[in-house]
Design a protein around this ligand. Sequence first.
Ligand SMILES: NC(=O)c1ccc[n+]([C@@H]2O[C@H](COP(=O)([O-])OP(=O)(O)OC[C@H]3O[C@@H](n4cnc5c(N)ncnc54)[C@H](OP(=O)(O)O)[C@@H]3O)[C@@H](O)[C@H]2O)c1
Length: 250
Amino acid sequence: MKIVVIGGTGLIGSKSVAILRQGGHEVVAASPKSGINTITGEGLKAAVAGAQVVIDLANSPSFEDQAVLEFFEISGRNLIASEAAAGVRHHVALSIVGIDRTDNGYFRAKLAQEKLIETSGIPYTIIRSTQFLEFLGGIADSSAVGNMMRLPPVLFQPIAADDVAAIVAHVALAAPRRGIVEIAGPERAPFNEIVARYLKAIGDPRQVARDPEARYWGGRVEERSLVPLGEARLGRIGFDEWLRRAKAGV
Ligand SMILES: NC(=O)c1ccc[n+]([C@@H]2O[C@H](COP(=O)([O-])OP(=O)(O)OC[C@H]3O[C@@H](n4cnc5c(N)ncnc54)[C@H](OP(=O)(O)O)[C@@H]3O)[C@@H](O)[C@H]2O)c1
């Protein structure tokens, strides 16, 4: 089966491409670096021609509110138009748990991406994931003021990129759900505690303060804003195992 992975060079994209190729599929790892650009349309028609499945794992180069909204809207529209023309039978996209329960610019852009998919007429599955464990370092850096970061004690359930990619590949090969499936890591704990545990484990001396008023990317969050509320598929790799693998470089 021909499968196009948009953002096929990214964190989740490159892992998903490898899994699908191991399964014997013809996989196009599409990204600007390989001459396929969902914003300009470069190379898109040829890449999608003959594909049964398109998996959108692209991310915006800028996280500024307006830039990220424009990225997901323009990219989504161009992608849908090329998929409709090619008769694609399953569109899979990776979104985020809780984007309709807390407000920030990035989440608004992901909601806009989801709306385009839901109204496209192309059979689809949206996978809403919790934050990637690989994202913990970025969260720490963006929240730090000097040696201190203030984080809210809301529940957090990060998932390893390897688990995300395995689920993405599995979903892409199954029938379209015409809806949303949620995925999360196997462990749930307060956000501030997970980040503190991560910093300690990597020997980072920065301190984490528990602050119920602290925001998440500028948006107010409550106890269960960032975790699945209903049924969710859980990854298998917990924090300690993920850290062991990361340190070993596997
Ligand atoms: N971070 C999280 O915790 C989290 C949680 C849930 C869901 N997600 C979602 O997961 C998805 C994948 O995230 P990631 O961290 O794997 O992304 P990433 O590592 O930042 O990779 C982004 C990919 O998008 C490609 N790209 C950028 N502009 C493009 C364009 N104009 N046309 C085609 N491809 C383009 C990049 O290609 P180049 O290499 O050529 O630049 C790269 O392959 C995102 O949609 C994100 O919203 C993230």
